[in-house]
Design a protein around this ligand. Structure first.
Ligand SMILES: [Zn+2]
Length: 492
């Protein structure tokens, strides 16, 4: 592979333009931390070939650099940075699974170096940024899936249709995944008392949240239906939010920033648990649109799906923080703290993914996923204290009953360093539901506060069993109930 001699200069020029424009707008594009491209072209500029006794190995990875916001425009600690997408991406951007659609702008052509580096907040940047974050989220789940592709809900019977990413899908303070449209849609709006438009596509959290919906709809196509218990809807919203947390911790610069900002305490304040920061601030919410580091219990949330989701997200976030404390104690003298955090998050993401795969195809509840997490954790030989963390955190949230009194946890005296710790010596892998009469299990789903995905009408009217069959959704599917009623009325 040869690289054009003038590439470093071209790249620097692009970055200087980016910095100048951002400085004008008061946005920080960190220059000291912006990784300078290290290219072989940095060798002395001599036309003579340099004798090399041993050939260099050719890099085996084809890919492209993208400029993206690593959290969103308001998280200045990370700003806009280049990221490497290690797969073939065509002009669009488009690849085998994803295509970008921004009328009048796409297909966006790669730069001379094959990179998608554009001035932040330009339409080309929005297309490239959104594609890159969708790609990185999908790639993260493919890695977790053993390197195997994850079908979208319509990828059955040899269908390989891609998902269409629409960075400027219209006006509104929302974003949504649509199975019927085979698309991810990101809207924009002018927040109250402000003049600048806020684009949801520029938030890594929002883009990975919506991509998470599309991934989970591929894995568990029955879960989106409104006919499921509210907790099933809560699992969908939580999976979206947790996709954003896990994607952040799959990236070394983000993990290092979390460790530094929080002093390696995940319950200290950082951008990690704060989801959709810019969006939240625009709505007057200082901790982001949602906060994964919350203390909500099931008894506090009734049947409102978005609130219910935060109970599950909060439990998983607490488990992440607990395992991190345990592994810090065990490994910090031999391993970097950010590396430990990335490994802990990766391990927990695998555990949650496997538990979801093993959960029921429809009507899945939090206790179903909790029990599968306990069983998968035992089968992969995690230390027993991992299961103690899982049991405790779901019990504190009033999702499950605890087999122990949890006295040491509630007194703040729980041992965090003994891998065998269970409180009473029993490593239980099946726990019971806390309250089977909870509205979160019994009532109709109230999706009024959810993201746009959960408000799509097709998911509310189609039976969970029909949705669980995968494949295309037709207008006939969506209108079936109404057509049946009309048929009965007209044949009287
Ligand atoms: Zn959502």
């Amino acid at each position: 592979m040869t690289i054009h001699q003038s590439e470093p200069q071209l790249m620097q020029d692009e970055l200087e333009i980016v910095r100048a424009r951002e400085a004008e707008r008061g946005l920080a594009v960190p220059s000291a931390r912006m990784p300078r491209p290290r290219l072989r072209a940095e060798a002395p500029p001599t036309p003579q070939p340099v004798p090399r006794p041993v050939p260099l190995p050719v890099p085996p990875v084809a890919g492209h650099r993208f400029l993206i916001y690593k959290q969103d425009p308001s998280v200045a600690e990370l700003g806009a940075r280049i990221t490497f997408v290690p797969s073939v991406v065509l002009n669009g951007p488009a690849d085998a699974r994803i295509i970008t659609d921004l009328p009048g702008v796409t297909p966006v052509a790669k730069g001379v170096n094959g990179d998608f580096v554009f001035t932040p907040n330009s339409p080309q940047f929005d297309a490239a940024h959104t594609f890159a974050v969708v790609r990185e989220t999908l790639s993260m789940y493919e890695r977790i899936n053993g390197g195997n592709p994850i079908p979208f809900a319509w990828n059955v019977g040899g269908n390989t249709d891609r998902i269409t990413v629409k960075p400027h899908a219209g006006q509104g303070a929302n974003a949504f995944y649509s199975r019927t449209g085979k698309s991810l849609n990101f809207l924009s709006f002018v927040p109250q008392n402000q003049t600048q438009t806020l684009f949801t596509c520029r938030s890594l959290d929002i883009v990975s949240h919506e991509t998470g919906h599309s991934v989970l709809d591929g894995l568990k196509p029955g879960w989106l239906a409104g006919g499921n218990p509210p907790q099933t809807g809560g699992l969908h919203e939580a999976f979206g939010d947790l996709s954003a947390v896990f994607l952040a911790l799959a990236q070394a610069d983000q993990a290092e920033a979390v460790v530094a900002l929080s002093r390696a305490n995940l319950h200290d304040r950082s951008f990690l648990p704060e989801l959709a920061e810019q969006f939240g601030k625009a709505l007057g919410m200082p901790f982001g649109l949602r906060n994964a580091d919350n203390d909500l219990k099931l008894s506090q949330v009734s049947n409102e799906v978005h609130a219910i989701s935060q109970v599950f997200t909060g439990a998983i976030y607490d488990i992440l923080a607990d395992i991190y404390v345990f592994e810090l104690n065990r490994q910090r003298k031999t391993k970097d703290l950010a590396v430990i955090l990335m490994e802990v998050a990766d391990g927990l993401a695998h555990l949650l993914f496997q538990a979801i795969l093993a959960a029921p195809a429809t009507k899945a509840t939090f206790v179903d996923v909790a029990n599968k997490m306990l069983q998968v954790s035992a089968s992969r030989h995690d230390p027993p204290i991992y299961r103690t963390f899982i049991r405790n955190r779901f019990a504190v949230r009033e999702i499950t009953l605890s087999p122990t009194p949890m006295r040491e946890l509630m007194a703040g005296r729980m041992t965090m360093t003994d891998p065998e710790y269970t409180e009473d010596g029993r490593d239980v892998t099946e726990v019971q539901v806390h309250d089977e009469h909870s509205a979160s299990l019994r009532a109709e789903q109230d999706r009024s506060m959810c993201c746009g995905t959960m408000q799509m009408p097709e998911y509310l009217v189609i039976d969970p069993e029909r949705l669980a069959q995968r494949g295309d959704l037709t207008d006939e599917d969506i209108l079936r109930h109404e057509m049946d009623e009309l048929h009965r009325a007209f044949t009287k």
